[in-house]
Design a protein around this ligand. Structure first.
Ligand code: FES
Ligand code: FES
Length: 196
C-alpha cells in the first residue's frame, strides 16, 4: 500500500491536514501557535498542571470515545484520525454558555482564570459520561488539574451542579457526523510525513 503523506484530524468542526511535522511537535504548540486557539493554556508544559487540557476523541469498541489529555505532552502526530476538541468549541444548545461553564460561573469557580479552561475541559469530559457525578468522581476527574486561587471547593461545587444546567450540547448532536468522518479516514495506511 502506498504510504500516506499527511496526518489528518478534526479540530473542533473542521479538518486539519498536515504534511510536515516533527516527531517532537506537541499538540499544544500546534493549537496555540499554528491554529491561534489560545483558550488552551500553557502552564507547566510537562504534564503536571492540566491548564492545557483538551479532549481527544477516537473510534473505539464502543464507538466514538472522548478522553481528556494534556496537550503539552501529546504528540501532534498521534492525533491522526482523531477529533480534537478545545474550549473554543464548547457552547450550550442555545449557543450561549455550556452547562459546565454555566456552573463554573454560578459557583464562582474562577479567580485569575488561568487554570479555568483546563478545569472546564476536564469537567466536560466527566459531564459527557455522567452529568451528575459524586464528589469523589469529580475529585478523580480533576486530579490532574491544579489551581492556585480558588481552594478547589467552588470548582467541586460547580462539578456537583453542572448537570442542573443541561445534559446535552451541540457536540453530542454532531457525534454521528464526526464518527462518519473519522471512519472514512481509517485507511490502515503507513504514514510518512516530511520533518517540519
Ligand atoms: S501545561 Fe501543565 S499539564 Fe500541560
Ligand atoms: S483561578 Fe487562578 S489558578 Fe485557578
Amino acid at each position: 500500500m502506498t504510504p500516506r503523506r499527511e496526518i489528518r484530524f478534526l479540530l473542533n468542526d473542521r479538518p486539519v491536514h498536515l504534511t510536515q511535522l516533527a516527531a517532537t511537535d506537541m499538540l499544544l504548540d500546534h493549537l496555540r501557535l499554528d491554529q491561534r486557539l489560545r483558550g488552551t493554556k500553557e502552564g507547566c508544559a510537562e504534564g503536571d498542571c492540566g491548564a492545557c487540557t483538551v479532549l481527544v476523541g477516537r473510534l473505539g469498541a464502543q464507538g466514538l470515545e472522548y478522553a481528556p489529555v494534556n496537550a503539552c505532552i501529546r504528540a501532534l502526530a498521534s492525533c491522526d484520525g482523531c477529533h480534537v476538541v478545545t474550549v473554543e468549541h464548547l457552547r450550550g444548545t442555545d449557543g450561549g454558555l455550556h452547562p459546565v461553564q454555566h456552573a463554573m460561573v454560578e459557583h464562582h469557580a474562577s479567580q485569575c482564570g488561568f487554570c479555568t479552561p483546563g478545569f472546564v475541559m476536564a469537567l466536560y469530559a466527566l459531564w459527557m459520561e455522567n452529568p451528575h457525578p459524586t464528589e469523589a468522581q469529580i475529585e478523580t476527574a480533576l486530579q490532574g488539574n491544579l489551581c492556585r486561587c480558588t481552594g478547589y471547593a467552588p470548582i467541586i461545587r460547580a462539578g456537583l451542579a453542572m448537570g442542573d444546567y443541561g445534559t446535552t450540547d451541540p457536540l453530542m448532536e454532531e457525534r454521528a457526523q464526526v464518527a462518519a468522518q473519522l471512519n472514512a479516514w481509517q485507511d490502515g495506511a503507513r504514514v510518512e510525513v516530511a520533518r517540519g
